[in-house]
Design a protein around this ligand. Structure first.
Ligand SMILES: [Zn+2]
Length: 242
C-alpha cells in the first residue's frame, strides 16, 4: 500500500489522504490507519456505497486527524537519512561513483549506483539482512522444540511482525531487522512456538518465554516503537534531474 494511490478528502478537521478498499469478506464499513503510508484506509463491503464510508469518516474526523498527526515523521530512504539496523543508527551515504555495493561500514550504510535506485537498494539490503538474521534463529529455536518449519519468508507486512500458517509456513516482516536483536528474537520465538501451539493460550506463552526470556520487554518495545519501523522508506521521494 502506498500513499501515491490515495485520495485527499477534506474533512472538517482538515484534509486527509484516504485509500478506498473493497472487500468481499468485510461485513461492515471500517476505518484503519495505515502507518506506513500515512493514510486512512476505508474498507467497504462489496455492496456498500462510498457515501457510507464518507459518513463514517465524517463521524471520526477528529480521531483520524489525531491518529495521523501522532504518527512519527516518515524517514525517506535517501542520502543522509538515519535508519536503525539491529537497533543501531546508521546514516545512509550515497556513493554514486563507487563500484556496485551496498554495505555497512564505519557507522554508514553505503550505497553505490544511481540515486533513483537508492531506496530500492536500501530496502533490498535490509530484507537480505533480515533473512540472514532471522532464518538461523528460526532453525535453532525450532530444533529446540523438535519442530521443523515448512517455509520461512520475509515480507513487507503492515499489520503484523510475523505469522505462522497451519501448514507450518512462517513469515516475518523484513522491517524487524531495524529493531534491536532481543525484539527480533522474541518475534521469532513467538512464531516458532506456534508450530507447536497454534493458539495464544497459557502453554503457548510459557513456551515463548522459555525460548525468549526477554519476551516482556520485547513486547513493550514493539508496542512503543514498532510504528517507527513502518515509517521508514514511506512517502514519495521525488528525484529531480541534474
Ligand atoms: Zn501469535
Amino acid at each position: 500500500m502506498n500513499s501515491k494511490d490515495s485520495e485527499i478528502v477534506v474533512l472538517p478537521s482538515g484534509p486527509v489522504p484516504v485509500r478506498w478498499r473493497r472487500s468481499k469478506r468485510a461485513r461492515r464499513v471500517s476505518l484503519r490507519i495505515d502507518a506506513s503510508g500515512g493514510t486512512v484506509i476505508v474498507t467497504l463491503p462489496c455492496r456498500a456505497s462510498r457515501a457510507l464510508g464518507m459518513s463514517l469518516l465524517l463521524d471520526h474526523a477528529t480521531w483520524v486527524k489525531e491518529r495521523l498527526e501522532a504518527l512519527p515523521h516518515p524517514i525517506l530512504l535517501r542520502d543522509g537519512a538515519e535508519i536503525p539496523i539491529h537497533g543501531e543508527t546508521f546514516r545512509v551515504r550515497h556513493m554514486p561513483c563507487a563500484r556496485s555495493f551496498t554495505r555497512l561500514e564505519a557507522g554508514e550504510l553505503q550505497v553505490s549506483g544511481d540515486v533513483e535506485f537508492l531506496p530500492r537498494r536500501v530496502r533490498d539490503f535490509l530484507a537480505l539482512e533480515a533473512k540472514r538474521a532471522l532464518v538461523p534463529q528460526v532453525a535453532t529455536m525450532a530444533a529446540r522444540l523438535g519442530m521443523q518449519p515448512n517455509r520461512v519468508t520475509l515480507k513487507d507486512t503492515r499489520t503484523r511482525w510475523g505469522s505462522c500458517s497451519a501448514s507450518g509456513n512462517l513469515a516475518f516482516s523484513w522491517r524487524l531487522v531495524m529493531a534491536p536483536r532481543f525484539v527480533q528474537h522474541y518475534v521469532v520465538a513467538h512464531e516458532v512456538a506456534h508450530l507447536r501451539e497454534m493458539n495464544h493460550g497459557p502453554t503457548f506463552w510459557k513456551l515463548v518465554e522459555a525460548l525468549s526470556p526477554q519476551m516482556q520487554p520485547a513486547m513493550a518495545w514493539l508496542k512503543q516503537e514498532g510504528v517507527r519501523l513502518l515509517r521508514v522508506g514511506c512517502g514519495v521521494l521525488l528525484v529531480l534531474p541534474g
